[in-house]
Ligand binder design. Structure first.
Ligand code: GLY
Length: 236
């Protein structure tokens, strides 16, 4: 049914970036920007997925550019919603294309991005609970995050046949062999007895954090190499 109507839009060329901001109904606090990788295959080939991985910070979009973009593109949305009596409180996610004519909005979502959240949140130098409390209680005025001092890389381990209907029920090995400084977020898994099985298309997000993207990437792939399951695939 979704294909009955086709909408033709302007083609936008450039780099794509995700900018998330906390919004308390009136004020916004931008989070560090991040990038994700949508196509399933190496070299951005194959069908699109929900995201095969991501990283922060983007080398082509600074924290300061992000703050400026949030003020000029996202704040007007927050203001207009408030003017209409529909104040928005939560996470506002802008998918942006950075074109030669400036940033253009591809989409807005009212939620954390995935796999962006898994790289943004570990790089915050402030307490997330304090930020979320301020978001929920109209307390974001004047709250500006310091520029992040860390980088993070997220590699998604996907199930066989994903992004088609995934094969599930495979035993995941090696979760206890992941280096201690690597974060593993469970996305499509299920505990059965003392085993963890695959239970969805994107099974695990394996995240390395470091002082540079290179270091974070190296750590993420150390985690990736420790974890195995039948049909596992990921991007390099
Ligand atoms: N990373 C894309 C999304 O969360 O929509």
């Amino acid at each position: 049914d979704a294909g009955r109507q086709v909408v033709i839009e302007e083609k936008l060329s450039g780099r794509e970036v995700s900018l998330l901001a906390l919004v308390d109904g009136e004020h916004l606090t931008p989070l560090p920007p991040a990038c994700d990788y949508k196509p399933v295959g190496e070299g951005n080939t194959g069908p699109n997925t929900g995201g095969m991985g991501g990283y922060t910070p983007p080398e082509f979009f600074s924290f300061y550019e992000a703050a400026h973009t949030a003020a000029t593109i996202m704040q007007p949305v927050v203001d207009e919603l408030r003017r209409r009596g529909l104040p928005f409180c939560g996470v506002l996610y802008a998918g942006l294309m950075l074109t030669a004519a400036g940033p253009k909005v591809l989409e807005f979502n009212a939620r954390f991005g995935d796999p962006e959240a898994q790289v943004i949140l570990p790089c915050l130098d402030v307490d997330l609970l304090d930020l979320l409390y301020a978001t929920a209680t109209n307390g974001l005025a004047g709250i500006k995050l310091p520029p992040p001092t860390r980088a993070a890389v997220n590699v998604v381990l996907a199930a066989e046949n994903y992004p088609g209907p995934p094969v599930t029920g495979d035993v995941i090995h090696g979760l206890d062999a992941v280096p201690p400084d690597v974060l593993v977020f469970h996305a499509g898994t299920q505990r059965v007895g003392d085993r963890i099985l695959t239970a969805g298309g994107r099974v695990l997000h394996v995240v390395g954090v470091g002082s540079s993207v290179e270091q974070a990437r190296e750590r993420a792939y150390q985690g990736v190499e420790a974890i195995t399951f039948r049909g596992r695939h990921y991007r390099r």
